[in-house]
Design a protein around this ligand. Sequence first.
Ligand code: ADP
Length: 443
Amino acid sequence: MIRTPRRWWLRRSLWFRITLIATTITLALLFGLAVLAGRALGPLLIQSVDDELTAVLAPATAQVAAGDQPARPSGTEVRVLDTAGGPVDGDPPARLGAEDIRDLKAGLPVRVGDAPTWRWLGSVVTAPDGSQRLVAVGAPMVGFGAAVADGSRWLLLVAVVGGLVAMIATWLGVRAALRPVGRMRRSVRELPPGRRLPMPEADDELRALASDFNALLTRQEEVSERLRRFTGDAAHELRSPVASIRVQAEVAVTNPDPELAQETLTDILDESERLSALLDGLLTLARSDAGELPAAEPVELVTEARGAAGRLPDGSPPVRVSAVVPQAWALATPAEVELVLDNLLRNACRYAETQIVVSLLASRSRVRVVVDDDGPGVAREHRGHVFDRFYRVADDRARTSGGTGLGLAMVAEAVRRRGGRVTVGESPEGGARFQVIWRRHDG
Ligand code: ADP
């Protein structure tokens, strides 16, 4: 129930919402101003009556002080009273109570009666005979209430008309402002693949939105292009071991030679292993592409490096693990560190002539693993590509050595997603140098 007005509001168009908000604010402001002006109208009118009365009172008091009869301008009543309020000008008693007389003597204005109300001002003077006289000047406030009511009505009318004008102006303004949005929506709906949104002429937020949208399209196209290439490459890579297994199996079936069978089965086993390594790699990369990211934990690299060296097959060149620090903790997962070290060491072992050196270094915020070998190294022109999926420097050699072309891609992915970096360069031993940098755990 509580959410209903909000839902109703959110279902309205931007156009409607802006118009309603602007109109409501304008109406509230104008009504507020009208009420304030209406309140000020009464005191203003009274002030103007008081000004008129003061203009009559001043000469009248001067005349009484001089012993003359005061002048009586039309529209006002001028009375000369004793200090008790009794008339001394020969006219009938003034319609002023004892309290009014006291206020007038104190110089305060007085309102008396109803329809019309009279406004009085007074001043005490000393007549030439030494007696104290109260000179009182009064005027009827005819039409005062009507003027205030009329004024207030006009002000409210102005507020309503102002609100209406604001509503129409906002409605038209928002419609004009949103027209390019409508055009942009149509363009988005009809946009053919590979094309970009036309940029609006005005250098405003909509132009920025169109530009951001076009940049997003470019990124999306790059992603789908990469995915398309990856799927094509994967299918291509999978095809050859499957085809090989099939051919070998067919040969074995058509020529049931027990001597050949053993050889065929060994080949089939090799190809199956290659196939399974390929599928494992593809699965790992697909999981990473899907954004799977297990929580990082501190992993001790010296121990892991020794473990990876120990996992190399018998007959591999010797591996020297040289650590500047007794322990180096990286922020990753043990599985990622194992994948990275196993791949780098396996590659180094494949190409090294006599030895492999694994060095571990640590700075304040980073830990670095450097794998050097004394093999042929990676030529400069291939260095930018060896981390690409399915990239092999020498196709034939990698194939015969059982490589999938996914090892370094997995290494790069595992390191990158932890905010680290992997590079390839030249080792002082003459071979390849792979460097992995992870964020360091302070533990
Ligand atoms: P693969 O599993 O086929 O070896 P990788 O992604 O691990 O694929 O390596 C990509 C290419 O990088 C390989 O084809 C290989 O030629 C080259 N490479 C990797 N490590 C080394 C190294 N230590 N020395 C020379 N070349 C290397």
